[in-house]
Design a protein around this ligand. Sequence first.
Ligand SMILES: Cc1cc2nc3c(=O)[nH]c(=O)nc-3n(C[C@H](O)[C@H](O)[C@H](O)COP(=O)(O)O)c2cc1C
Length: 314
Amino acid sequence: MKFKVMGVSAGRKDSNCDILLKEALLACQEQGAEVTMINLKDYDLLDCTGCTSCTMGMSMGKHTGCALDSKDDKKKIMDVLLDQDAVIFSAPTYALMPSSLFLKFMHRNLAYETAFLTKIGAIQPRDRIGALIAVGGSTRSWQSMALECMQAATFSNSFKIIDMFMATMVPAPAQVLLHEEKLARAREIGENIMKSLKTAPAERKWLGEPEAGWCPNCHSNCLCLGEKQWRGLQYPIECAVCGAGGDLVKTDDGKWKFVIAANGLERDRTSEEGRGVHCDEIADTQGGFFMDPQARATVAERSEKYKAIKFRGI
Ligand SMILES: Cc1cc2nc3c(=O)[nH]c(=O)nc-3n(C[C@H](O)[C@H](O)[C@H](O)COP(=O)(O)O)c2cc1C
């Protein structure tokens, strides 16, 4: 059976994201994959309304779907996307992070949490992998959260990210065509996707640059000071993307290195077990609120004051 590989672009039509994605997908097609590609600009996509009916349904073991399912194209895309072995996402960097179109599309993934859909039999179990391409007009400095936000947005669908590429210094439409090395790196993304698909799921590893990023777990470049988490867990330093916890250690050659603690992957957001702890947190904080009539009555009463305040709008 052919592997199914899909490309999702959020860039300008026929511009840098599309071109790099096509280069990666060509490599997959040449190795026998069945390839699909979409550009999100061709679809009607609404913002998540924050109604939380999906998560409330999940905490009761019920599949409510998304309240917007019949109102736009998200479900149509997800029916295909969740039936893939691999997905390559390609997004332009706007204001240091992926564009709002990419984020709008991905934030709706909560209603398609694969751990839940698989558990209730709505979709077949699958070991999905993914790769990311971020494109920007500047250097890494001005794309500082691009790949990190893209990876964070893939968690709900359990895509194991096996490679990432940041294409820098290509502000003009299709300008990447002047850079053979960037096209070659995009092609390598496709080759790595195929290499990973041909490897047994339990053996699949990171295939990007071995030393990429600060975090040895998810290869992000974003670390932050740890603060007390739900139920008290605290690390000196955390990866802002996967949540790995540990500390900075000086190596023999005088460089700093992020070393993950023995219990540092307890809440690893790239794993379904790690995200499960967050689901327990939501059940406790949000679920706990809805189950507490006294708390709900207090909020309803105190809300009246703020509802009555009407500042002039524009
Ligand atoms: C609103 C806006 C904000 C942008 N912000 C950044 C930025 O913060 N960093 C960067 O490197 N490039 C930035 N760019 C440049 C785009 O990332 C660049 O043009 C890229 O090639 C777009 O990809 P595309 O050609 O596939 O659409 C910005 C472009 C726009 C339109």
